[in-house]
Design a protein around this ligand. Sequence first.
Ligand code: MG
Ligand code: MG
Length: 645
Amino acid sequence: MRTGIATVCLSGTLKEKMQACAVAGFDGIEIFEQDLVTSSLSPEEIRALAADLGLSLDLYQPFRDFDSVPEELLEANLRRADAKFRLMSRLGMDTILVCSNVATASIDDDGLRADQLSRLAALAGDHGVRVAYEALAWGRYVNDYEHAHRLVELVDHPNLGTCLDSFHILSRDWDTAPIERYNPEKIFFVQVADAPKLSMDVLSWSRHHRVFPGEGQFELAKFMGHVARAGYSGPVSLEVFNDVFRQSDVERTAVDAMRSLIWLEEQSAKWLDANPAPAGTPGAGRRRYPMELSTLPRVAEPAGFNFAEVRAADTAALETLLGRLGFAFNGRHRTKNVQLWTMGHARVIINEEAPAAAETAIAAVGFDVDSPVIAAARAQQLRAPAVPRKSQADEEVFQGFAAPDSTEVFLCQGSDDGTAAWVAEFGPAGQDTAGQDTAAGPSGARNAVIDHVNLAQPWQHFDEAVLFYTSALALEPQPYAEVASPTGLVRSQVMTTGDRGVRLVLNLAPLLQQEGAHGSGKPGTAAARPTYQEHVAFAVDDLVATARAARGRGLEFLPIPANYYEDLDARFALDPEFLATLRELDLLYDRDADGEFLHFYTATVGSVFFEMVERRGAYDGYGAPNAPVRHAVQYDHLHQLKLTA
Ligand code: MG
Ligand code: MG
């Protein structure tokens, strides 16, 4: 698949954008007119730079408001087009995007439109230019891609074809199957963009909320499958207007963009495999298409969490917290300055090799996968930056890479019984056995596992993170929620596996909570991390017993306001004794049609806290109605600390 990207997707000058596109590995680019107009480079210099960078200049855009106008306006439009065609010849470009008229259209007559497009095509032919006509979703009279294509067929000129833009098609819910029957020679260009499903006017949706494939909710693999079956083999080019990308680091946005196309290519191939063309259609019985779709190393979704690793600035506080929670100290690593703490099958590593100034934070998450080598190869092909880990010759080598928020993601060999071979590298536990009774004791923690990991995301990398975990780890994004906190709404995106063996929660914190997240935020730098709190949650069989035992060891719970329990009683009419237990132990509660959820939170160390949960029945949520309570109490707590400091 030939890959492309419109310069409007990126921040910076035209030169910076072009360099970033070349580094990210794109085959070609679309030149957005404003980027050219504001550039100090001459058209000839741009052409030479593109040649030096190995980028083809695939599309000049946009040319607006051409069709459906009175004759005198049309003559002015043809003069305007003539100037652009001359400019394109200096750039060495041969395809221009003409979008359907939104502003000056005053005549709704397909015969007239065809005649006007035919005159444009004839003029373009004189300059060796191809006109790719696109129906904007908000075009005055032409806003349906099939309508635009009918006009192209009516004109039937070799210099006029159609441009298919996934946003304009899928935002209107148009059926994409008819694309299969198009003459591929009449499809001049294909643009792709994803978007979250929003209820708003389509122009604002398009201008501000487009995202790269895999970061939204459109059925892009299906769209691409139909395009491939039509026989199209030209560029597939990203055209993403997005307020965040346009102010983010240009090089990393270009890599994020490239990752989205690599992933889309694989998903499209998968869609084609799973959806054979019906008998009697042009694609029937075909397995290969002119658009050659590359695939990636195939991975199953991860089976579960292997471990969570906390980088410790305050080791003693973490040790106390884990011990009181009921974790057992499993000793130190024999060569590294790290400790292992376990509860049931839940493993937490305290890493003391942190730079002195670093805050206590979640540094790494290990996932159980079928084959770490295959999963690592896949991540590498998706441009995930590798994070090599030093290890001795006889120690297990983890394949790892850096997630967009710089959390290190490790791919571990899963095992059916929930054990991990690397645990043998730790020990002996020595005299520090704060919580060893829990393995056999009455606290209900014997079967403890990591239930979910909640990672705070810097605002500028949130969409990138969604695509990263979707593409590299095969996690599936669930519909996102917004949770109220004292400093603003927290956008919460749950990513899971089908069997819920892995639940990862990405939280986009309000800007105020991200103070300290300065700079360009290159992956792997401490500055990429927000100061917002994040946590690891552990599931146990009997939360009340776990909470009681923890309280007995002196664990500091997040104190829950009395008002919460009154509200809880009003909503659920709980058994008074049960309600009293919840209140006594600072437990939170939720219930839905699937089951019940009990949980509590610990105090925070650095930016990390822990949560204990118990899922009853088939409860599949995270206690979202309780999240505002947690945010408010944590906020209060932080403020009191500041006041007493
Ligand atoms: Mg477009
Ligand atoms: Mg978090």
